[in-house]
Design a binder for this molecule. Structure first.
Ligand code: SIN
Ligand code: FE2
Length: 208
């Protein structure tokens, strides 16, 4: 399927890229994986303030936020274990939409589990492979996703991201500010108990 025009070059939105059956299968696989590798509540750098969401990672590298700073780690230090492997369905999604000659190394899992869960405006800039896009899949409740420019105060616009939608931030949109204003709780029945799961695939290191 072709992406819809977002008005930003390099920012591609594929509505319902995953159909209901694929969403259900992936949600069930994630639930099983997250039982073995429990998500944790990250802390803000410096202040140690807890985030409103919980996180986990799949893949050889995991993105972490802790009082010492942001960055990638090769192990899950909270659970004292390697990060679990990226599910095959997500590797297939990357192959479908990323148009990049190497695999993703990190799948960050963001769990929006309560009505006040959100994510402030930020840029994904801890990766050396900035030529690779960020591929983001939404599952469960719809969110209001904000995309801005290249400085924090730039004009921004919002999009609704619903279950099964895929957003690709690449090319000249790779370093745009973005964040989640809010989640519309109760808008989907995919996840038992409600809430939203976001899966963000990224290439971190430059391929050899
Ligand atoms: C992120 O920017 O890491 C997550 C965005 C989202 O939850 O859609
Ligand atoms: Fe991000």
């Amino acid at each position: 399927m072709k992406p819809v025009d977002t008005g930003f070059e390099g920012l591609a939105l594929y509505p319902r890229h995953l159909d209901e059956v694929a969403q259900r299968a992936l949600a069930a696989e994630l639930a099983r994986a997250l039982e073995r590798a429990p998500p944790y509540r990250p802390q803000m750098p410096r202040t140690g303030k807890p985030w409103s969401i919980r996180q986990m990672n799949f893949g050889p590298l995991g993105w972490v936020s802790r009082p010492e700073g942001y960055g990638y780690a090769s192990r899950d230090e909270v659970n004292s274990a390697p990060w679990p492997a990226i599910p095959a369905a997500l590797l297939a999604l990357w192959d479908d939409v990323a148009a990049y000659p190497a695999s993703p190394e990190c799948c960050l899992v963001n769990l929006y589990e309560q009505p006040k869960a959100r994510m402030g405006l930020h840029r994904d800039e801890d990766e050396a492979a900035l030529d690779a896009p960020v591929v983001s899949l939404s599952l469960g409740d719809t969110c209001v996703f904000r995309v801005g420019g290249f400085a924090r105060g730039d004009k921004s616009k919002s999009f609704r991201l619903s279950s099964g939608d895929v957003l690709v931030m690449g090319g000249s949109s790779r370093l745009r500010f973005h964040g989640v204003d809010r989640v519309i709780f109760g808008s989907s029945r995919l996840i038992p108990g409600g809430g939203r799961i976001n899966l963000t695939l990224r290439r971190v290191t430059k391929p050899a």
